[in-house]
Design a protein around this ligand. Structure first.
Ligand code: PMV
Length: 326
């Protein structure tokens, strides 16, 4: 059996930062994201009784042992659930700009979860798929859905109540996202390691947990009321708080570069001049700027003047999993 699935990346407006269970990918806090239309992964999974072990091809090249091991471990989790016994050939193509520093693990594991389950001949709900995708990369559980998505952290030790739910569909509120590339270097501290170190050592972590709970409630209220200003202020402040926890870690680390700060300052300065936009940053130096459609072009013009900006990718809000032919 063979299946091909497309999944889009997402960016968190309220960040997932820290796990309470490393094996099951259970988060310490709930998070909220928007799915992006522009960046996605397409994955084909083909279960074949002729194969003696799983093989993984990424962007048309056979992946190394380390990458293949990660995929195999994930496939084993799905096989345990679906009763599938055959090995698989997995072919994944990332439509995320090469080496841009924009994470593809969310779209990657969401597409892999969807294609593996479908190729096993099993039908699961989106909620169940979200729980499976979560166990490849936490943020992947949100990419099962389009639009505005909340990952509810849950409290059960087996992870049965930790999954994503859609708050608004793709068309419900037209916001624009500018993905601003300032660096294509690989990040020094991967998100998995970064959150682990922060949870274990940062004295700011408890403050983060308290504050992010309040931010989530505020962001959901802003979304329900379509209040862009309230949402923008909340998401920008939430990103700053997440990054503040890393400065308190031992050893400390920082995802920002000087170019990151220049973009942040420029967004704030433009806002002071009446061009309303807000920034967020994940586990790397690149910046995402959120705005309303009517200011998008003006913002692109202003930001593209900055020497530190290598590329601007304008994005819209995107869909959830899409099952493709073949
Ligand atoms: O799921 P991961 O391991 O890619 O971690 C994502 C961490 C952040 O991007 C910083 C925040 C988030 O909620 O996506």
């Amino acid at each position: 059996m063979k299946a091909t699935v497309r999944a889009h990346t997402n960016i968190a407006l309220i960040k997932y930062w820290g796990k309470r269970d490393e094996n099951l990918f259970l988060p310490t806090n709930s998070s909220l994201s928007i799915t992006l239309d522009r960046f996605y992964t397409e994955t084909t999974v083909h279960f074949d009784h002729c194969l003696s072990e799983d093989v993984f091809w990424l962007n048309h090249v056979q992946a190394d042992q380390k990458e293949t091991k990660k995929i195999r471990a994930f496939l084993n989790k799905v096989r345990d659930l679906t009763g599938e016994v055959r090995s698989a050939r997995v072919e994944s193509v990332n439509h995320v700009p090469t080496a841009s520093g924009f994470a593809s693990s969310a779209s990657g594991f969401a597409a892999l979860a969807g294609a593996t389950v479908k190729a096993s001949g099993v039908t699961l709900s989106e909620r169940e798929l979200s729980q499976i995708a979560r166990q490849g990369s936490g943020s992947a559980c949100r990419s099962i859905f389009g639009g505005f998505v909340e990952w509810q952290k849950g409290i059960a030790t087996d992870g049965s109540d930790s999954y994503a739910v859609q708050l608004l569909d793709q068309k419900a509120w037209d916001l624009r996202i500018l993905a601003i590339e300032v660096s294509t270097e690989a990040k020094k501290v991967l998100s998995r390691e970064g959150m682990k170190r922060t949870v274990a050592t940062s004295p700011f972590y408890q403050g983060w947990l308290k504050a992010t709970e309040v931010d989530l409630v505020t962001a959901k209220k802003a979304i329900a009321q379509r209040s862009f200003t309230l949402l923008g202020e909340t998401l920008e402040s939430n990103a700053l708080k997440m990054h503040a926890t890393t400065l308190g870690a031992d050893p400390p680390f920082m995802y920002w570069q000087s170019s990151t700060l220049i973009v942040m300052e420029t967004v704030q300065a433009l806002r002071d001049k009446g061009l309303e936009a807000y920034f967020t940053i994940d586990a790397g130096p690149n910046v995402k700027v959120i705005c309303k459609p009517e200011v998008e072009q003006k913002l692109i013009n202003e930001l593209s003047r900055l020497d530190v900006v290598k590329h601007i990718y304008p994005c819209q809000i995107g869909p959830g999993l899409c099952y493709l032919e073949g």
